[in-house]
Each structure stands twice: as structure tokens, then as C-alpha cells.
Design a binder for this molecule. Structure first.
Ligand SMILES: Nc1nc2c(c(=O)[nH]1)N[C@H]1C(S)=C(S)[C@@H](COP(=O)(O)O)O[C@H]1N2
Ligand SMILES: [Mo]
Length: 255
């Protein structure tokens, strides 16, 4: 099954499961499977409604949206990109898709846009409210044609942290991931604007993920690629994200 419109397809297959085998048996079978399907199931059983993160009004916007983690990217390539106002920045869409894409910022701006005023919560104990604009991740995945083997979306970033002691230290790239349920969520967007202005370098210029039902570290900044994969096991440390790999943070960081 192609997941060209994968939200609808997922709903249809859940209904098909219901009518074929008894609802209880169906529930037990799915409840034993992966954590991600488990959560999807609970949402589906709740009347098929999607839980939305709270949205705020313009008056609630924080006067300054602080930067956290990396506040720029320490590479010659990024400095060059910044100097030309990110005119040649690309977002690659790769992995388990029918049509791999290489999107420019104008391609991204030409897609239908969503603007949302949401609260960002960082595990370090601060929050900020900002207005984010960008296309929904689902429209990008629909263009690329997600294949049925895909279970997760991995977000690749331009920045990195150095880990380990002085001369033994190694470069570890920042990355993140989510399941298809969150990838399909209406508030999951690839933002190129904060408060009506192009995304500042501090906050991930020129593109960053907004994954509104999860904590701050999931919102990957300095996005270079979106990759559909079947499993997270072979991606970097295998835990689905930079902080998950190096510090044992939860992969599903629900708020
Ligand atoms: N690429 C990248 N994305 C990242 C980080 C980072 O260091 N690098 N930090 C994360 C953390 S912990 C938080 S709280 C938010 C901070 O976003 P902000 O800099 O816009 O406040 O970005 C997240 N995404
Ligand atoms: Mo954070």
C-alpha cells in the first residue's frame, strides 16, 4: 500500500482490522506491538480525533525567543550559506520515498503554509511562545510519496557537538526523529519563519522542525534533510536522536 495520503490510509487500515477480527482480539494484538503503534491506536480509539497542542494569540508571544543548544553552526559551509542569506539552502527528502526531493527555500515557501502560535518547553526548565510558519511535513511527504515500509521520519541537521576529551573528541551530528503519527499531525511543520520574519540563526535558520506535542529537543534546527526509514536501530546511536543517544533522553518526549 502506498501512503500517498498516509493519514487517510492509516485510518482505513485500522477500520479494516476492526471488521475482520473481533475488536478485543485486534486490540490485544496491536497493544503488544511497538510503542509507536500503541500510541496511534489509543488516539484512533478515542474517536479518531487528533490531539492538538494549545495555540495562543499574538498578545502571548514572548518578546524574545531565546536560543538553546547550538545557536549557530560552526562550519565553513554554514557561514557561507549565512553570508548569502541561505539562497542555495536545500532540504533533501530521501529514504523510503517514491520521489526523492531536493527542495529550495522557494519550493518550501510555495507549498501551502501553516502559521501557529505555540509554547516551546525545554527540559532545562524554560518556555517561550512564538509564531511559526511553514509547510506541513505531511504535504512534503505526500509530494515525495512515502512507501509502505516507512515507519519513522529522521531529521538531519547541519550542526554537531564535540563529544569526549580534547584530542580524542569526535564530532557527533545533531538529529531527531518521529513516528508517522506525529509526521502526519497538522501542527508538525517545517518552519522558515518565526514571528513573521525569516528564522533567525539562533533559532535554526533557515529551516527547523516544529513538533508541537513534544519537548524542545525534538524540534530539530538547521534542517538539511528529511529521511523516511523503517527502523531507527541503524541510525547513529540507534535511539532516534542526539540527546536520546548521548544522554538517554526519552525518544517520545510528549508534553
Ligand atoms: N540542530 C539542533 N536542533 C536543536 C538543538 C540543537 O542544539 N541543534 N537544541 C534543541 C533544544 S534542547 C531546544 S530547547 C530547542 C531550542 O530551540 P531555540 O534555539 O529556537 O530556542 O532546539 C532543539 N533543537
Ligand atoms: Mo531543550
Amino acid at each position: 500500500m502506498k501512503r500517498r495520503n498516509f493519514l487517510v490510509a492509516a485510518g482505513a487500515s485500522l477500520l479494516a482490522g476492526c471488521s475482520k477480527i473481533g475488536e478485543t482480539q485486534w486490540f490485544d494484538t496491536l497493544a503488544d506491538t511497538a510503542e509507536s503503534w500503541h500510541r496511534g491506536l489509543h488516539r484512533a480509539l478515542g474517536g479518531g480525533r487528533i490531539t492538538m497542542a494549545p495555540e495562543y494569540s499574538r498578545a502571548d508571544i514572548s518578546p524574545f525567543f531565546r536560543g538553546n543548544g547550538n545557536r549557530t553552526v560552526d562550519t565553513p559551509a554554514y557561514r557561507a550559506a549565512e553570508a548569502e542569506n541561505f539562497a542555495n539552502w536545500r532540504l533533501s527528502v530521501s529514504g523510503l520515498v517514491d520521489n526523492p526531493l531536493d527542495l529550495s527555500l522557494s519550493d518550501i515557501r510555495a507549498l501551502p503554509q501553516r502559521t501557529q502560535i505555540t509554547r516551546h518547553d525545554c527540559v532545562e526548565g524554560w518556555s517561550a511562545i512564538g509564531e511559526w510558519t511553514g509547510p506541513q511535513l505531511s504535504s512534503i511527504l505526500d509530494l515525495a510519496g512515502l512507501q509502505s515500509e516507512a515507519n519513522f521520519i529522521v531529521f538531519r541537521c547541519a550542526d554537531y557537538f564535540m563529544r569526549g576529551q580534547s584530542e580524542d573528541s569526535t564530532r557527533v551530528d545533531y538529529y531527531e526523529s518521529c513516528d508517522l503519527d506525529d509526521a502526519a499531525h497538522p501542527q508538525t511543520i517545517i518552519a522558515h519563519q518565526l514571528n513573521g520574519e525569516p528564522l533567525p540563526v539562533l533559532n535554526g535558520a533557515p529551516l527547523r522542525l516544529r513538533l508541537e506535542r513534544q519537548l524542545g529537543y525534538k524540534h530539530a534546527k538547521y534542517l538539511t534533510g528529511v529521511e523516511a526509514v523503517a527502523s531507527l536501530d541503524d541510525i547513529n546511536g540507534g535511539h532516534g536522536g542526539y540527546w536520546e543517544d548521548v544522554a538517554g533522553y526519552q525518544w517520545y518526549a510528549g508534553i
